[in-house]
Every structure is written in C-alpha cells, then in structure tokens.
Design a protein around this ligand. Structure first.
Ligand code: MN
Ligand code: MN
Length: 307
C-alpha cells in the first residue's frame, strides 16, 4: 500500500529534501513510498535540486484519496501538516522540532532528536540501516543541513550536524563552504517577491500558551532589502492577522552571512513580543543581534513572554 512522505507546509530545503531522502531509505527497506511536498520549492531549494539533478516532488494539499497512511518529516504539529492529516494514519515521524498538537490512534515509529536538521537524523539512519546514500541525495541532505544551520553557525547546530555534513559533503564530492554560501545567497532574493509572498513564504503557525502566533522568516544578505518595505509588509501582516485571527504576527529578517536578525511585529501582543527579547518596539521593529533560530531562540522566548 503506497504511502506519502512529506515535510511541513511552506516547505524549506530540509522539509523537501528529508522527504526525498526518507522516501528513498524506506523504499530500500521494502516500503512503497513517494516523496511529495505541501508547497512549491523556494529558490534556495530549487538551487539545490538543480545542482544535484533532482526533480522537485509533486505538490499536494490533501493526501486522500491517493493514500491512507503517511510518514512525516521535519514537522509533527497538525496545523503545519497536510490539510486532511486527521483522517490519515501516521506510521512514521522523523523530526527535530518540539512535539505539540500531535496524536495518533495507533503505535508508530517516532524518531526525534534535538539536532540542527532532520537530514542529520536521516544520515544516521542510513548508516544504521547500512543503506548506501546515493551521491545526489547526499548532496541534497548536505544542502538541508547548510540551510537549517546557516552553515553550522546557528545555535541549533550540534556535533552530530557537523559530522553528518562533512560525511555527506565527502559523498557528494563538494566543497560545502563554497557551495553553502552560493546556496544561501540563492535563497535571499527578496526583490522578486510580492509583500504577500514575503510574509508567507517561510511562515509557520504556533499555539503559544493559547495565543495564535504566526512567525515568518526571511533570509537576506542586506536587511535594507526588506526593511525598506516595512510599511507595505505591515499592511499585509495586518490584513492576514485579521482574517486568520493571529494574536501576534512576527516576521524575522535574518542576515544569513552575519547571523543577526531583526523582527517586524504586528498584533495585540506586539509589546510582549519585544519584551521577550528585553527590547522595545522601535517603529514596529526589534533588533535581535545574534538571533537566527525561530525554533530554538524565538519560539521559546515568545512562549515565556506570552504566559
Ligand atoms: Mn523545516
Ligand atoms: Mn528542519
């Protein structure tokens, strides 16, 4: 019986690559799976897919009636998953995020580790299962680790990520530092995106102590590319916050080469959001020096501040 494997909505490089890699691994082990994605690949992911001669997975919004059961990678929270997740059996999860809004009727395989990237966990699974990693998939998993850890500079980075990245770069035959800067830069072209696309491209929804919080992240090499559009972005954030009932809408703008962020903040809880970082709102923005990780730095701070 065929199963779909997919990462979260608004997929980043890890969400798409982990689905491709886990689907390959599971098929080698006798499962019948297909990697799909819950959205179009962004420019960074397209750069990696092209470089390693791999087609983007088919995009779906519902898994039924094609399949009855699925495997999740790079997420578990239902509001970040496929629209009909509640009607599906989940047989496997491989993830590196907090576990929330997740439950199943049946026992399942659940592999979670607090490392920098799902593809790091998958690299270890390939090794444990003694399945050879094809060169193209190694290059893609290497790309996912570079993306999630910002070339091993994010505080989410662990020794396991470093080891996995180096092993994968070896298999792929690529200088990961040179390749990584090119790939991260490919993901920072914001001029071609509309205001709405920018606030949505990498956005995730969270329930933080009963608050409906939306957090987007935009990678840049120059803050000004985004901050010069702040008023227009705020107008779009306001529109979406009203239609989706967000208590807080945060757009993190992250300088991927220098590992700093600024955040643009909208909503009833905007002042609390600034206070979470011991800062004040300055023209709807907050400086976040040294902060690059939504998962490890921004979500925990906002969770505390919204108690
Ligand atoms: Mn992800
Ligand atoms: Mn990830």
């Amino acid at each position: 019986m065929k199963q779909y494997v997919f990462g979260h909505q608004n997929p980043d490089t890890d969400a798409i690559v982990a689905a491709i890699a886990f689907s390959y691994l599971q098929n080698q082990r006798g499962y019948d799976t297909q990697a799909v994605s819950l959205g179009e690949a962004g420019p960074e992911t397209v750069f990696a897919l092209n470089y390693f001669h791999t087609d983007a997975p088919k995009v779906i919004t519902n898994a039924k009636p094609d399949v009855d059961s699925v495997m999740l990678v790079d997420h578990n929270e239902f509001q970040q998953s496929v629209a009909d997740i509640e009607e599906l059996e989940i047989t496997h999860v491989v993830d590196h995020h907090r576990i929330a809004n997740f439950n199943t009727n049946s026992p399942l395989y659940y592999m979670a580790k607090p490392v920098g990237c799902t593809s790091t966990i998958l690299t270890q699974m390939f090794i444990r299962e003694e399945v050879k990693i094809p060169k193209e998939i190694a290059g893609l998993m290497m790309s996912a680790i570079i993306s999630d850890t910002l070339l091993l500079k994010s505080p989410t980075t662990t020794e396991e990520d470093k080891l996995a990245l180096k092993a994968l770069a070896e298999i792929a035959g690529v200088n990961y530092e040179e390749y990584g800067i090119e790939m991260l830069k490919a993901g920072t072209n914001v001029d071609s995106k509309s205001d709405k696309e920018l606030i949505d491209a990498d956005a995730k929804s969270f329930d933080l102590n009963g608050n409906n919080v939306r957090i987007d992240q935009i990678n840049v090499v120059d803050f000004n590319d985004v901050t010069k559009r702040k008023d227009d972005l705020m107008a779009e954030m306001q529109k979406e916050a009203q239609s989706e009932n967000y208590d807080l809408f945060v757009v993190m703008v992250t300088d991927v080469l220098n590992s700093n962020s600024k955040m643009i903040v909208y909503g009833d809880k905007a002042n609390e959001a600034a206070a979470a970082f011991n800062a004040n709102l300055d023209n709807d923005m907050v400086d976040l020096p040294g902060i690059v990780s939504r998962k490890k730095q921004v979500v925990p701070a906002l969770t505390d501040a919204l108690k």
